[in-house]
Structure formats: C-alpha cells, structure tokens
Design a protein around this ligand. Structure first.
Ligand SMILES: CC(C)(COP(=O)(O)OP(=O)(O)OC[C@H]1O[C@@H](n2cnc3c(N)ncnc32)[C@H](O)[C@@H]1OP(=O)(O)O)[C@@H](O)C(=O)NCCC(=O)NCCS
Length: 182
C-alpha cells in the first residue's frame, strides 16, 4: 500500500455544492464513455439539481473529490441509502472524472469516504455493489480491503438494463489498509 498515503494527503473530500454544477456537468459529459455502463451521472442542470436534493445528509451524502492545491474536481463519491437502527450502513457510489483515471486518486478518495462513514457518520458498514466486468472498481475495493459477500443477478437498473452485481462490503472492525486511524 505504498501509493495511497501520499495521494490521501493531496486530496480533499467535500459535500457537492450548487457552485459545482457547471464543472461537474462538463466533466460528467466528457467522461461518459469511461462511466458507461457502470454508472450514470447527472449530465443536465435538472438532473444535477435532483442530485443535490438527494444529498440530504440523512439518507445520502454526496461528495466531490478535489486536489488540495487546485480547484479541479477529480471525481465524485456518494454514501447512498444510509439506514440507521440496527443496520447503521450505507452504500457507496463513485466515479473518477477524466483525465484523472488510473492515478490513485479514487482509491484515496474512497478510503477517505469510508473513514468519514465510520468516524463521522457513525456507520458500522459500507457496501459497494459492482458489476462483474468492472475490473477497475473491483481492483479498487480489493485494494482497500473490502470483502466479497455475494452476487445478485439483475440487482440494479443502470442505463435501462437490470445488471448483475457482486456485493462487497467493509465493516468497522476490519482493517482499512490505506488509512491510519487518528
Ligand atoms: C472505478 C473507478 C472509480 C476507479 O478509478 P481509478 O482512477 O482507476 O482508481 P484509482 O484512483 O485507485 O487508480 C488505480 C490505479 O492508479 C495507479 N496509481 C495508484 N497510485 C498512483 C500514484 N500515486 N501515481 C500514479 N498512479 C497511481 C495504480 O497503479 C492503480 O492501477 P491498478 O488499478 O491497475 O492497480 C473508475 O474506473 C471509474 O470511474 N469507472 C467508471 C465508474 C465506476 O465504475 N464506478 C464504480 C461503480 S461500482
């Protein structure tokens, strides 16, 4: 895990804001081929507005990943479907923006999101549902120490099709290799 700690020190995760609309939509549009068929991000002002409203900080926390030394958006990371009570869990959604793919930023960002979920949102469990062919995403969660828990056929409808997903998760008692606990 030699690469993540330096990347972690270079990035910041913050709530998505109305001011991000123009930059976010442009990056989502130029990254569409990279994202398909894994995720579908807002690409119009009205879908961005729905996205902002979904980030109610109760059931969902939607964040953007930025470099500390510049304003560029590197990617987006959501903690969706937060369930309290006996579950205390959330489900990750994430995507890198071009041209920042494959440079270790998203592994750092997802590690920060998991730490935020455990330490600030007081969740016990963070899940990631990943299509079997999504090698980049599978490598990312493996690298961060997530555990594969199962497989669900036709689990999520993305771009009009019900797609199979592997179900991965990390719980608070597990080691998150990239992040030293404070
Ligand atoms: C999944 C996804 C977010 C992964 O993003 P990514 O940019 O490839 O992930 P990382 O930031 O961790 O980059 C990983 C690569 O960067 C390299 N890297 C790591 N640290 C580095 C550093 N300091 N400098 C240069 N390269 C580095 C690693 O070698 C790694 O390569 P590997 O995966 O072949 O081992 C991206 O492919 C994506 O947005 N896909 C479409 C949306 C999607 O699938 N979302 C998830 C749905 S479940």
């Amino acid at each position: 895990m030699s690469f993540e700690p330096d990347r972690i020190s270079q990035v910041v995760l913050r709530p998505v804001a109305a001011d991000d609309e123009e930059g976010f939509l442009e990056l989502a549009r130029v990254s569409v081929d990279l994202h398909h068929p894994w995720v579908r991000l807002p690409r119009t002002p009205s879908s961005f507005s729905s996205y902002l409203s979904r980030s109610d900080q109760v059931t969902a926390v939607c964040m953007v990943l930025c470099r500390k030394d510049q304003d560029d958006l590197l990617g987006m990371i959501n903690i969706n479907d937060i369930v309290r009570g006996p579950y205390q869990k959330g489900v990750l959604g994430y995507a890198v923006f071009l041209p920042y793919a494959g440079q270790g930023y998203m592994a750092a960002g997802v590690a920060l999101a998991v730490r935020h979920a455990f330490e600030h949102l007081d969740l016990n469990r963070v899940e990631a549902d990943i299509q079997p062919g999504n090698e980049a995403s599978l490598r990312l969660v493996r690298r961060l120490g997530f555990r594969k828990e199962g497989f669900s056929p036709g689990f999520i409808k993305i771009a009009g099709l019900w797609r199979d997903h592997e179900r991965w998760a990390i719980t608070r008692d597990m080691e998150l290799p990239a992040v030293r606990r404070e």
